[in-house]
Design a protein around this ligand. Sequence first.
Ligand SMILES: [Mg+2]
Length: 298
Amino acid sequence: MSGTSDLQNQLKELQPSKDFFVGIDSDGCVFDTMELKHKECFCPNYIKYFGLQKVSRYAREVWEFVNLYSTGRGTNRFPALVNTVELLATRPEVKQWNVHIPDFTALKTWMEQESKLGNATLNAYAKQVNNPLINRVLDWSLRVNADIEEMVTGMDPFPYALDALREIHRKADAVVISQTPVDALTRDWKGSSVEKFIRTIAGQEHGTKTEHIALAAKGKYKADKILMIGDAPGDLRAAKNNGALFYPINPSHENESWKRLLEEGLDRFFTLNFAGSYEESLIDEFHSYLPENPSWKS
Ligand SMILES: [Mg+2]
């Protein structure tokens, strides 16, 4: 961890009010915002900012595979951008078109030294290094935020998420654990039907999801009383890095997943019958929804 920020200290200072802790991812988990943000905001802007117009159909296909329909789902935007561009560059169609794909080494250098991958830290770094690629990535990222602010409005939680969160709130301290900027998270949660069920919101400015759980829950609650709910492999990793339990919200089957959590998962968690074969079968099923390799390679 590269130093604990004020925001991270707020998580560290959270005191338990109940025996159980539940971390809840936001995008694509409580709110169906993933499709909208990626298809209408992230993807068109990466085509524009990184000169991929000539190969836009492949650029779009790769963006959606990496960010929505594979093990990369839910990755922070900066590593996701690098992964997408690198995968795009391997496609024969792109090589045929002789498209110049920018070199992302400078962004990788920043990502290696920074755990809080957000616009504020990138902006500070951009001023330090004055590197054209870093400046371009920052412009892209700011544009994406502006587009999301305009595009993503009037979203409601999945119907069964509302019921499940009400149940969670009875016995657990619930915290939003997300890699989305806090501003966007606040817009989604403030005034929503689920706002009253959560203690606080942790976003990308608070560090990684693994850090969020470590700061907000580890050592304060027993390990078998900490549960992470999410729709992406990064949510699973954040849980397991902290020895916590994981409940998956399966992509494209979100509401059914929340229904199952409400009807059986929560009871198992609160009676300490969640770990073991039950959790393993859920995780196996979750993996089947998110392939590692794209279909165009086979
Ligand atoms: Mg998510």
